[in-house]
Design a protein around this ligand. Structure first.
Ligand code: FES
Length: 71
């Protein structure tokens, strides 16, 4: 298992805990906070996509999910 981890926050963003490069659908690099974790919008409401701007807290986003275990 890799040390890299993406955390799906409860009713919130995707937390990228390492400095994983982020690219668009054409492979263009999207600038991220250098050497710092960042969060990607999962609710679609951010005005700073692809990053989370906290809008999920007020737009009623319900991102309920539960991890499914293999087997
Ligand atoms: S998940 Fe935070 S603004 Fe969309």
């Amino acid at each position: 298992m890799s040390d890299l981890q993406i955390t799906i926050r409860e009713n919130g963003s995707l937390r990228i805990d390492e400095a994983i490069p982020l690219v668009d659908h054409e492979g263009n690099v999207i600038t991220t906070p250098e050497g710092k974790p960042y969060s990607l919008c999962r609710c679609g409401g951010s005005s700073n996509k692809p990053f989370c701007d906290g809008s999920h807290r007020t737009n009623g986003f319900d991102g309920t999910l539960a991890a499914q275990k293999d087997g």
